[in-house]
Structure formats: structure tokens, C-alpha cells
Design a protein around this ligand. Structure first.
Ligand code: NDP
Ligand code: OXD
Length: 313
């Protein structure tokens, strides 16, 4: 049996599509009651802690998303292998968000929208070319690398930072804590596409913002985060936007989601907020991906998206 545990999401679209892939199998949706020992595949998004440990015959756990911090935070997570989504539909959605936000800040849209609200025709007459704007991608994984490929034709001066060294033709790359300072020091627009792990939690802090380039053509650094809210210190982002340490920011993810109405982040100028939908898991595409992984597992083939629990992503 396939059991869908899509906490906070509607499970029905997932049941319907997985059933279409496996018409002869039972596909159940949490919290409907099931016989735990009949569950072979758990398809999950933020499963309640301890729940998966009650399924004694799990062959695999399939994350409904690319990120797995909401699965790995279960102290009782069973040992069954965990797989995450690596799919062109999801990846392309993220690159759309990245390009949208990079261009939004690059083309000074916060300034022009504020003027539009006052019916003011003001032209900065100082629009830099993309080649003169340095974009730094934190995380050169599935999403970060696609963002690089999508931004490159626009002409931005690109660099990337990852845990392990990468050799990418045409891309300046930095690796590890030792090279973080050099990476930040040449970055005008920082794009964070890191996973949330013990090593990355809180990385987007005032200390990091103060190491970003201050001599860029945009007049101040900009930070974009579509990784996870736990990567950012929101009080630091607020203060940095207010005192000019940051010129702008776009956040898709937050420490608390939904972002509470009373959060001052809603009202700070220069900040773009999207509701954790930079790259939603589209049921048709992601069900097909998970179904293919189940098929591969059962055929003894290598599934995609294996998560290395020792590094947390
Ligand atoms: P990957 O696992 O493919 O890539 C992760 C990248 O981060 C790798 O390049 C990795 O380095 C790097 N990294 C991890 N830890 C560190 C560290 N301590 N220091 C430096 N670099 C590090 O993940 P994806 O690209 O598929 O996804 C990234 C994240 O995006 C997800 O974990 C999820 O949180 C988020 N996400 C958000 C969505 C949204 O809608 N907002 C949608 C989908 C995903 P290395 O290459 O050396 O291993
Ligand atoms: C994901 C997400 O991890 O949507 O896929 O956040």
C-alpha cells in the first residue's frame, strides 16, 4: 500500500494521480485509518513526528518536495531510504522565481512601484547593464545550477558557492567556509538556494550581510531566499533593510509559515514576499516522478533523489 501523508496539503490530488499510476494498488491518505504493516511506500510532506516509525514494513519514504528538513527533523524517523524530488517541472519553477526576483531588483522595481503609487514619473537614469551586476548563488545543487543556466544568457556576472568544490565551465565557484568571504565580497545580488541543515541554519544573518559587496552598481546588496525560512534571521533582515545594510530582499520562505499578519516584514520597504510558492510540487509531475521511483525500487534499479542523512540533504 502507498500511504500519502501530506500534512497541511490536500492529499486527494496525490491519491488520484498515484492511483492512476498503480490502479491495482491501494493508495490511502493520512489520517484515514490503515493497517500500518501493509504500508510499503510513504509519500510525505512534513509528516507528524513519530508517525512513520509506526509503519514496520516500509520500503521507502518519498518526500513530496525537494527539501527534506521537514522529514529529517523526526527523531524517530525509521531507517528506510529517503528520496526527494528532482524534477524539471519543479526546477524550472524555481528558476522562474529566481529570474523574476533578480530582474525585479536589478531593474529597480521597488523604486518605480513606489513612484507609481504616487503618480510620479522619475527615471533613475542609472540603470546598470546585467554584465555589471554580480549575482552569487548559494547552493549549486539541482536548483542552484539551473538558476545559473537560466541567468547566464541574461549576461549577469555569476558566481556560486557550495560545500564541495565544483568545476563549472564559465562559472566562478567558491567552496566551504574558507571561501565564503571571497564569494560574498564579490556579490551584489545573493540568491540562497541552500537546504536547511545544522550547518546552514541561520546563515543569512547580519554578519553575513555585512560581508556582501558595498561597491556594486545597484547602490547596496540584495538578498533572495527561496531555500528555507530557518536559513534566515528575520530580525537581522528587517534591521538590515531599515539601516541600509541591505538595499532589498525577496523572501519566499519564513521561520513561521504562514508569515503572521503582525510581522513587521510585511511592511518594510524594499522587501518582496511570496508565500512559499517559488517552486510548488505540481501533483501531476511529482506523482509521475514518485511513481517512477517506486517502479525502479521494485525492479531493483537505482531510484533518483537519494538523501544522504549524514549531511542532511
Ligand atoms: P541539492 O541538494 O541539489 O543542492 C544543495 C546545494 O547546497 C548543494 O550545492 C550543496 O553543496 C549546498 N550546500 C549544502 N550544505 C552546504 C553548506 N553547509 N555550505 C555550502 N553549501 C552547502 O538541493 P536542491 O537544489 O534540489 O534544493 C535546495 C533547497 O531548496 C531544498 O533543500 C529546499 O529547502 C529548497 N526548496 C524550496 C522550494 C520553494 O518553493 N521555496 C522548492 C524546492 C526546494 P554540495 O553541492 O557541495 O553538496
Ligand atoms: C520543496 C518545497 O522543498 O516546495 O520542494 O519547499
Amino acid at each position: 500500500m502507498i500511504y500519502v501523508v501530506a500534512h497541511g496539503w490536500d492529499g486527494e490530488p496525490w491519491r488520484r494521480r498515484l492511483k492512476a499510476h498503480f490502479p491495482d494498488r491501494e493508495v490511502a491518505v493520512w489520517p484515514e485509518p490503515v493497517y500500518p504493516d501493509q504500508i510499503s511506500h510513504a509519500v510525505v510532506w512534513k509528516p507528524p513526528k513519530g508517525l512513520l516509525a509506526t509503519f514496520p514494513r516500509l520500503s521507502a519514504i518519498h518526500s513530496l518536495g525537494a527539501g527534506v528538513d521537514g522529514v529529517l527533523n523526526d527523531p524517530d524517523l525509521p531507517a528506510a531510504p529517503l528520496y526527494r524530488v528532482i524534477d524539471p517541472d519543479l526546477t524550472t519553477r524555481m528558476s522562474e522565481w529566481v529570474v523574476l526576483q533578480v530582474l525585479f531588483h536589478h531593474r529597480q522595481m521597488p523604486f518605480y512601484l513606489a513612484n507609481q503609487a504616487r503618480a510620479q514619473w522619475r527615471d533613475l537614469r542609472d540603470q546598470p547593464a546585467a554584465r555589471d551586476v554580480r549575482v552569487g548563488i548559494m547552493g549549486l545543487g539541482e536548483l542552484g545550477m539551473d538558476a545559473v543556466r537560466t541567468l547566464a544568457p541574461l549576461g549577469f556576472d555569476l558566481a556560486g558557492w557550495s560545500r564541495r568544490r565544483k568545476d563549472v565551465p564559465g562559472l566562478v565557484t567558491y567552496a566551504g567556509e574558507e571561501e565564503l568571504g571571497a564569494f560574498l565580497g564579490r556579490t551584489d545580488i545573493l540568491v540562497c538556494l541552500l537546504p536547511l541543515t545544522p550547518d546552514t541554519r541561520g546563515i543569512l544573518s547580519r554578519g553575513l550581510f555585512s560581508r556582501l559587496a558595498r561597491d556594486g552598481r545597484l547602490g547596496g546588496p540584495v538578498v533572495l531566499n527561496a531555500g528555507r525560512g530557518g536559513l534566515q534571521n528575520e530580525a537581522d533582515i528587517l534591521a538590515a533593510l531599515q539601516d541600509g545594510t541591505l538595499k532589498g530582499a525577496s523572501l519566499d520562505v519564513f521561520e513561521t509559515e504562514p508569515l503572521p499578519p503582525e510581522s513587521p516584514l510585511w511592511r518594510v520597504p524594499g522587501l518582496v514576499i511570496t508565500p512559499h510558492n517559488a517552486a510548488m510540487s505540481e501533483p501531476e509531475a511529482v506523482s509521475a516522478y514518485i511513481a517512477e521511483n517506486i517502479r525502479r525500487i521494485e525492479a531493483g534499479e537505482e531510484p533518483r533523489g537519494y538523501v544522504d542523512r549524514s549531511v542532511g540533504y
